[in-house]
Ligand binder design. Structure first.
Ligand code: FBP
Length: 338
């Protein structure tokens, strides 16, 4: 089979009427920026890019040097292309406007420039996550409120994993597709088209150290997974936790499974750990387009009307059967409490 490059795939998507020229260009630019981030992360200690940046972000988190470098690479790459009205990032409190003198486009781009940053210094896979929305008509200086659109309005979503291989996973709402970076040629090549996630799973990902803080339905659900064959589920489950959402989700996109970052007593006030606009929504779109499911434990993530650019939500995603069961346990418990 002749290799299909990302550029070729984008042309096919345009011919199929799934995307327009501007969105195609936007994805090309984001992919090129991620190739530069792959080079920076690949340098590790030799590139002087490890460790703290000495600054903090809007979330009150200490920024890693690579958080700042990746953010700048994506901002710079997207400033002059003419396909964006504005962009927003995990690392910036407010949206970034397109500099004067550059043409503006119809799209809004949101991104987590380097997800899993707690793993950078220990050489574990990290990634970039992005989501594309349409800029509301007539808006020339998009503010945060113009980004607050439900996940169902996403035009595109994707992530890039910087691991042993650099892999891009992408959806435009017509299936989920994977591209692997051919480092010699410098091009992303289609490695899996129209990915399907198995409905059933035997692998779950959750930070078990938070167990005592979980709500009773989550205690019940995970308790049954751990009971395995000896319990009501009648089969054994294995556990994985990379603590890089992009890497845990890529495992699920590759061989199925489920990922949970539920609400717990520690993070109740902030509404969850992961951010809806540039972590939960894009991952939910990718997973649903591959036949999986994505909820907060109580409702479909992509139907939430966001209220803030950095809003956090609980995340349940992956193989349908497990996500639906964990969600049902929460809904039943809520109904019982009336
Ligand atoms: P950022 O690194 O982008 O802030 O993402 C948050 C994150 O690192 C996720 O990638 C990961 O799933 C989760 O936090 C890990 O949480 P914990 O430290 O509780 O295991």
């Amino acid at each position: 089979m002749k290799p299909v490059s990302l550029i070729q795939f984008l042309i096919e998507e345009r011919r199929a009427g799934h995307i327009n020229a501007e969105l195609s260009l936007l994805i090309e630019v984001v992919a090129r920026a991620c190739k530069r981030i792959a080079v920076a992360t690949g340098k590790g200690a030799l590139g002087g890019v490890l460790g703290e940046a000495g600054t903090g972000n809007i979330q009150g988190e200490a920024q890693k040097k690579l958080d700042v470098i990746s953010n700048e690479i994506l901002l710079e790459a997207n400033a002059w292309g003419g396909h964006l009205a504005a962009c927003a990032s995990e690392e910036m409190e407010d949206p970034q406007q397109i500099p004067d003198g550059y043409p503006k486009g119809q799209h809004l781009l949101l991104f987590d420039p380097l997800d899993g940053s707690s793993n950078i210094d220990v050489n574990i896979s990290v990634g970039t996550i992005f989501s594309v929305l349409r800029c509301p008509d007539g808006v020339t200086e998009p503010k945060a409120e113009h980004f607050l659109q439900p996940g169902t309005t996403q035009l595109a979503a994707g992530y890039v994993v910087y691991g042993p291989a650099t892999v891009l996973v992408l959806t435009f709402g017509h299936g989920t597709h994977e591209f692997t970076l051919d480092r010699e040629v410098g091009s992303f090549i289609l490695s899996r088209r129209a990915i399907r996630i198995p409905e059933q799973a035997t692998e779950f990902a959750i930070n078990m150290s938070n167990q005592r803080h979980w709500q009773p339905p989550m205690q019940r659900y995970v308790g049954e997974l751990l009971a395995g064959k000896t319990g009501p589920r009648g089969k054994d489950f294995n556990m994985r936790w990379v603590a890089s959402m992009v890497a845990d989700v890529h495992r699920i996109v590759t061989r199925g499974g489920v990922f949970y970052y539920p609400l717990d007593a520690k993070i109740e006030k902030q509404g969850g750990k992961l951010r809806i606009m540039y972590e939960a929504n894009p991952m939910a779109f990718i997973i649903e387009q591959a036949g999986g499911a994505a909820t907060t434990g109580r409702q479909r993530i992509m139907e939430i009307q966001p209220t803030g650019l950095h809003q956090r939500v609980p995340v349940f995603l992956g193989s349908k059967e497990e996500v639906e069961l964990a969600t049902r346990y929460h809904q039943e418990a809520d109904a019982a409490q009336g």
